[in-house]
Design a protein around this ligand. Structure first.
Ligand SMILES: NC(=O)c1ccc[n+]([C@@H]2O[C@H](COP(=O)([O-])OP(=O)(O)OC[C@H]3O[C@@H](n4cnc5c(N)ncnc54)[C@H](O)[C@@H]3O)[C@@H](O)[C@H]2O)c1
Length: 310
């Protein structure tokens, strides 16, 4: 039974994870190698909890208890005492993760689970640093984890199937929507899909097909609306009418070949595109500050999630 959580790394994702676990009544300790970040991370997690109350995601009555579930600590030793589950959210770098895992195991019970938030590294590679790799896996959230339900569970070569089922059950119980990969690939599922869309969004901008705002609008007001409800496969099953997915593949789907042939396949963002992309988003920040956009996003996200839960 998972009761005591250790959040390791208190940057953007660690702070948000901490708010999530604390909001679910779990004792959550937080530690970052940089003590100022540990403190800032806890303050940020407390802010997130207040926001969750404002958004009606958690009741006002449970706020004090949720805040008291959050404890910032000053060492690995304190962090890992009595810990059942570690959510590691340190920098996305094999060397940093390896060093962290070696330190972790000096203080952690062999029963405790180690879950990495990694956006796209391979667990098998990270497991090389672990003496007890059976209890480790990737549990990749989508930003911000205190709101977005998806968690991708990715086992490495040495992960025990019991570890995957235990973490899957744990997240289902907490109201998350875990998906389990059969095998590891760089970027898991969601970030590979995001990478495909992102490359095209950048290529369209670089090729002056439309403005950055219109490219983003084309995504939000069309496909994005459906994507909140169903994935690409089901969408095209419905897109084929009575003939279903088979008909879609044979008719409209066949014309996609012309698009794919015309699309870019680069693996490094061209310099010209970087400049345009960064300048374009700066303009968007003139209408609302980054903080205002984040607040706006989170309010709408919670409403969408509530609709989906109806
Ligand atoms: N940013 C995102 O949108 C996002 C989304 C999902 C998953 N992730 C994943 O989450 C992880 C963290 O990403 P982030 O965006 O929060 O990065 P971040 O830079 O905001 O935070 C990383 C933190 O790790 C700390 N750290 C570095 N070495 C450490 C050590 N040895 N011990 C303890 N703490 C240490 C740093 O001080 C920093 O505060 C990465 O693996 C990333 O791929 C990121």
């Amino acid at each position: 039974m998972i009761k005591n959580i250790a959040v390791l790394g208190c940057g953007l994702i660690g702070a948000s994870w901490a708010a999530f676990f604390a909001s679910k009544g779990l004792r959550t300790k937080m530690f970052d190698i940089d003590s100022a970040t540990t403190k800032r991370g806890r303050d940020q997690a407390v802010k997130y909890l207040h926001r969750l109350v404002e958004l009606n995601s958690i009741p006002q009555e449970s706020l004090d208890e949720a805040v008291s579930n959050l404890q910032s600590v000053n060492s690995y030793q304190e962090l890992l005492q009595d810990c059942d589950y570690v959510q590691e959210s340190v920098l996305e770098d094999y060397d940093v993760k390896a060093e962290v895992y070696r330190t972790l195991e000096q203080h952690l019970s062999t029963e405790a689970i180690i879950a990495s938030s990694s956006s796209g590294l391979l667990m098998s590679q990270m497991q090389l640093a672990l003496e007890y790799p059976l209890r480790s896996l990737i549990a990749h959230p989508f930003n911000p984890p205190h709101i977005i339900p998806l968690v991708e569970l990715v086992p490495g070569e040495k992960t025990a199937s019991e570890t995957v089922s235990a973490v899957n059950d744990f997240f289902i119980q907490l109201g998350k929507k875990p998906v389990v990969l059969n095998k590891e690939v760089p970027g898991h599922i969601a970030n590979r899909l995001a990478a495909a869309v992102w490359r095209e969004a950048i290529a369209l901008l670089d090729d002056d097909v439309a403005s950055l705002e219109d490219i983003d609008n084309a995504l939000c007001h069309g496909p994005g609306l459906r994507w909140a409800l169903m994935g690409q496969h089901l969408i095209y099953e419905l897109g084929g009418g009575e003939g279903g997915y088979q008909k879609f593949i044979d008719t409209i789907g066949a014309s996609f070949s012309t698009y794919w042939e015309d699309m870019q396949s680069w693996t490094e963002i061209p310099e010209s595109a970087k400049t345009k992309a960064v300048a374009g988003t700066k303009e968007l920040l003139e209408t609302r500050s980054r903080e205002q956009w984040t607040k706006w996003r989170d309010e709408k996200l919670v409403k969408i999630i509530q609709i989906l839960e109806e």
